[in-house]
Ligand binder design. Structure first.
Ligand SMILES: *Cc1c(COP(=O)(O)O)cnc(C)c1O
Length: 450
């Protein structure tokens, strides 16, 4: 019997009404004729519940946003307290305590290397801000010809038109190619490229050499390079050596090119340090955050930058300022949620406790290391991923959706990307819940592989 029966029943109301009126993101809506859409009416901790109360373990932190569980009492309390004071006020000409405190805390987390914070609401907008700031900076410094961007193969930076131009995931770009500016795309240091006898650092050095060739030839025309430090998350959780970050930082200094570190997915402790760049002991010129920063509560994104960038815009004329805004820039409720998250990091020693949690993850998925249908087992902090070999897939085109569906039957939420299965859970799972997750993935996998 189909264990999805609970989800089917709920179609009576919310699901059918949603399919009629809501256009869902990243979805071919017709696929919902055969794959379930699930109406969630409650969340608590790492668990989501449908109308019937059927529990689902959220193993991907609700699209990588939810760090400390759903309906977290501390974050709830912080938002409610802020709600009683001021829900929103424009950030041009005005300021408010939560945005000041959050900016100061973030600056401190970078040892004040990136001491100026510009806000937006979603991740793609933070990327647009970094690109525009870099572009404008070179104009202000009398180098207007420095306007091209460099990005990595298989990189992902969002889906608005500027961010999509530096994104190299075919499915998102295909239909919109003619809208996008031209960019330079260089090889990804993806450690899955390792040949016998090589290390991930060797791949990093090869890719950095290729980048240096490009910089040598084109640096007069290049504004910035944008990368996802350590893990290309949407690009099938492709992990790489921190050596690449060190080398890119050196090359950027040498050729006067900005480094944009997009930490929207890998920031906020996901890789084991608060910022992924810390693994390489470097700071970028721009660092973007979103997703986890508000604990998965409210849309909030930001771009951190250095004093030298900030100073270039600090002049008499209005047009030399950074003239970019969003209506909800620096929303006080979202900043209050973010401050509550940073508090939790500090008071509950999250980064330290996550060392144990990431060991739990490794243990829960130890079975994947000996399964011959699986390759490229990889883990960095609180992300664990592996690829299913092509010859073991019943149907490569529908694997991700079928695996998603079978996992629901097993009581967990995962969303494979192509043939990559990954988990990216909130930082609150117990050892038992983590083991349960590993077992559920195994059972689901048995049903969809040859
Ligand atoms: C998700 C993501 C974005 C885009 O964020 P949105 O809030 O979805 O616009 C950008 N960069 C990276 C690395 C991401 O993972």
């Amino acid at each position: 019997m189909n264990k999805n029966v609970h989800f089917e029943q709920s179609k009576e109301n919310w699901v059918n009404r949603s399919l009629a009126a809501v256009w869902h993101p990243c979805t071919q809506m017709k696929h919902h004729e055969s794959f379930p859409l699930i109406a969630i009416t409650k969340g608590k901790g790492a668990w989501l519940f449908d109308e019937k109360g059927t529990p689902l373990l959220d193993c991907i932190s609700s699209w990588w946003t939810n760090l400390f569980g759903h309906s977290n009492p501390l974050i709830n309390k912080a938002i409610l307290a802020q709600l009683e004071k001021i829900e929103h006020v424009m950030l041009a000409g005005f300021t408010h305590p939560p945005v000041v405190e959050l900016s100061e805390k973030l600056s401190a987390l970078t040892n004040h290397q990136l001491g100026h914070v510009f806000y937006a609401s979603d991740g793609a907008s933070a990327v647009e801000i970094a690109l525009k700031m870099s572009h404008h900076f070179w104009q202000l410094n009398n180098k207007p010809e420095k306007k091209k961007f460099v990005c990595l193969q298989n990189g992902y930076h969002g889906e608005t038109i500027g961010a999509l131009a530096v994104t190299d995931v075919a499915i998102f770009r295909e239909a919109y190619g003619s809208l996008l500016q031209e960019v330079f795309t260089v090889s990804s240091p993806d450690a899955r490229k390792i040949q016998p006898g090589q290390t991930a650092a060797d791949i990093a050095r090869q890719c950095a050499q290729e980048l240096e060739q490009l910089f040598k030839q084109e640096h007069q025309n290049i504004s910035a390079i944008i990368i996802e430090p350590l893990i290309q998350c949407a690009g099938q959780m492709a992990m790489y050596s921190p050596e690449y970050l060190r080398l890119v930082r050196q090359l950027c200094d040498q050729y006067q090119i900005h480094l944009i570190a997009d930490e929207i997915a890998v920031g906020c402790g996901r890789t084991g340090k608060f910022f992924a760049c810390e693994h390489a002991d470097i700071w970028p010129d721009f660092l973007t955050l979103s997703k986890g920063i508000s604990g998965g509560y409210l849309p909030l994104s930001l771009c951190l930058t250095s004093d030298s960038i900030y100073r270039a815009f600090y002049r008499d004329e209005t047009k030399h300022g950074f003239l970019h805004s969003h209506s909800y820039t620096g929303n006080p409720l979202a900043c209050a949620a973010a401050l509550a998250c940073l508090d939790i990091f500090e008071t509950e020693n999250i980064l330290e406790k996550n060392i144990g949690r990431s060991q739990d993850l490794a243990n829960a998925f130890a079975w994947t290391k000996t399964d011959t249908r699986i390759e490229h087992w990889r883990q960095q902090g609180m992300i664990l991923a592996f690829d299913v070999k092509n010859e073991s897939l019943k149907n490569p085109n529908t694997f991700a959706r079928e695996m998603f569906s079978k996992s629901l039957d097993e009581g967990i939420l995962i969303r494979p990307i192509g043939n990559t299965v990954y988990v990216m859970p909130p930082y609150i799972l117990s050892t038992e819940e983590t083991l349960q997750m590993g077992k559920a993935v195994k059972s689901a996998l048995e049903q969809v592989l040859i």
